[in-house]
Write a protein that binds this ligand. Structure first.
Ligand SMILES: [Cu+2]
Length: 68
């Protein structure tokens, strides 16, 4: 499980964008988002760095740790 904190993810629109971005990298990924804490849990075999890079490009710079 990949856990990311995205401080700039602040509304429902962001949630949609983040979900879409994650699933563009891995269509099979599970995405669990907790908006109040800006946390995203991604269930995927892909490397966390791929998601971090793609999300940063969309304006969602990840803070905190990524665990495999
Ligand atoms: Cu938003």
């Amino acid at each position: 499980m990949i856990e990311l904190t995205l401080p700039t993810m602040t509304c429902g629109h962001c949630v949609k964008t983040v979900t879409r971005t994650v699933q563009q990298i891995d269509p099979a990924a599970t995405v669990d988002i907790d908006l109040p804490t800006h946390r995203v849990s991604i269930g995927s075999e892909r490397d966390a760095q791929a998601f971090r890079a793609a999300l940063a490009e969309e304006g969602y710079e990840a803070q905190g740790s990524a665990a495999a």
